[in-house]
Design a protein around this ligand. Structure first.
Ligand code: HEM
Length: 399
């Protein structure tokens, strides 16, 4: 029955490997994954994401973890967005740069010089910044443990949207999703400040039927922390695999100049090559014709961010990781072909904050550590966000 984690992981990873396999090629045949049509032309994807009334969010089973601005549409989404959006923007003001840098520096100063130690410190820093954006302070260890449970449940729910579950499996996943939301709720409501923030959420949400501030909070938290840590993890992985790139970035960052064009370029290239959210699913809201394909109302389509980021008409040598990629160094890339945070009305709510965090985290890491990989094989682990596989050969030492 349920929950064979190895099988779940390998099915989801294979799905993403298939996306990588199909990307970057000149004359790729029309693509399908499972029974979903894949769109990866930057212009078409741009058109899709800018038409949210026709191409809608659909999370069917994943909604077992609750409703939030992530998986709702129309007025419901707009009202939910208003609860958090100004907080994320305020937290990403240029004046916050120093505070964000301090959080990462402190966590990395105190951490064990091992990959698990660094991972823990990155989660702690990102949690601190997410909670801080809402005026809260996290209880780090228990919150990180809850986040692990959210990841596990989301991975299972996502797997079941590809491989239909038995009734038992479905019920077990829904039960676990409800349990983790309930435990998050107990934790948040036990602290007066976070309880007051949940009341603020509910006050702002008046009129939204069945609104749960905890569900809203948990999906926002996961969206913010998991993707940020995944991005920084890929940067470490790519530094470890490219020693000359690492040395160049170390000397750029060591020079204490606020301008770090090469590091910025390398971060962009990492997000192009290994987008933390490699694909999105949308539901067609009305019969429509797109790129010569007729789409029926209710049909699900897949938008391949990997494919957009490797489209051969938009990128030179798209399947090569190039830390000093010309399109980034010269700022000549087409904005529609680089969408790690998406674009359009449903783009990432924390894009500015996420970018700032990644930049400060990379600076703090590069100042303290050197990374080295025994090989250059990319191995990943996908569960809503794409992260380097746990067992990959990345080693770390203090500088
Ligand atoms: C490097 C880090 C990040 C990346 C790559 C990233 C990427 C994305 C992407 C691709 C989406 C669109 C998902 C979809 O339409 O299905 C998204 C949505 C979202 N992200 Fe991020 N994200 C990052 C960091 C953050 C942070 C730091 C926060 C909050 C503090 C955040 C909050 C959100 C929210 C709330 C949404 C839903 C937006 C909406 O539909 O209203 N993200 N993110």
């Amino acid at each position: 029955m349920v929950d064979n984690p190895t099988q779940i992981e390998s099915v989801l990873n294979n799905l993403v490997y298939a996306l990588f396999g199909q990307s970057g090629l000149q004359h790729a045949a029309p693509r399908e994954i499972g029974n979903l049509t894949v769109f990866d032309h930057p212009e078409t994807v741009d058109q899709i994401v800018k038409s949210p009334a026709v191409f809608r969010k659909n999370f069917s089973l994943i909604s077992a973890l609750g409703l939030s601005r992530f998986n709702t549409n129309d007025e419901d989404w707009a009202a939910r967005r208003a609860i958090t959006q100004d907080r994320y923007l305020a937290a990403a003001k240029p004046s916050s740069e120093r505070a964000i840098s301090t959080v990462y520096n402190k966590q990395l100063d105190d951490c064990d010089a091992s990959m698990p130690g660094i991972q823990q410190a990155l989660f702690a820093a990102s949690l601190t910044i997410f909670y801080g954006a809402l005026g809260l302070v996290p209880d780090i260890a228990p919150t990180a443990a809850l986040l692990d449970r959210v990841r596990d449940v989301l991975r299972r729910l996502q797997y079941y949207s590809w491989v239909p579950p038995t009734t038992l499996e479905r019920n077990s996943a829904i039960h676990d999703a409800r349990a983790v939301i309930a435990d998050f709720g107990s934790q948040l409501m036990a602290h007066p400040r976070s309880a007051a923030e949940m009341h603020r959420f509910s006050d702002k949400a008046r009129g939204i039927e069945g609104f749960s501030p905890i569900e809203e909070f948990v999906m926002n938290l996961f969206a913010g922390v998991e993707t940020t840590v995944a991005t920084v993890s890929w940067v470490m992985d790519r530094l470890g695999a490219n020693q000359q790139v690492q040395e160049r970035i170390q000397s750029e960052i060591d020079s204490n100049n606020n301008q770090t064009p090469y590091a910025d370029c390398m971060i962009n290239e990492t997000m192009r090559y290994l987008p933390p959210i490699p694909f999105l699913v949308r539901e067609v809201g009305a019969d429509t014709l797109l790129d010569g394909k007729s789409l029926r109302e209710g049909q699900l389509i897949l938008l391949s961010i990997v494919g957009v980021h490797q489209h051969p008409a938009f990128w030179s040598d798209p399947r090569t990781f190039d830390a000093s990629r010309g399109e980034f160094m010269e700022d000549s890339f087409d904005r529609r072909a680089f969408i790690p945070f998406l674009t359009g009305p449903r783009m990432c709510g924390g894009a500015r904050l996420g970018r700032l965090e990644v930049k400060e985290a990379v600076r703090a890491l590069v100042r303290r550590f050197s990374f080295a990989r025994a090989d250059n094989v990319i191995r990943f682990d996908y569960g809503l966000a794409l992260r380097p596989a746990g067992g990959s050969s990345l080693g770390v030492s203090r500088r």
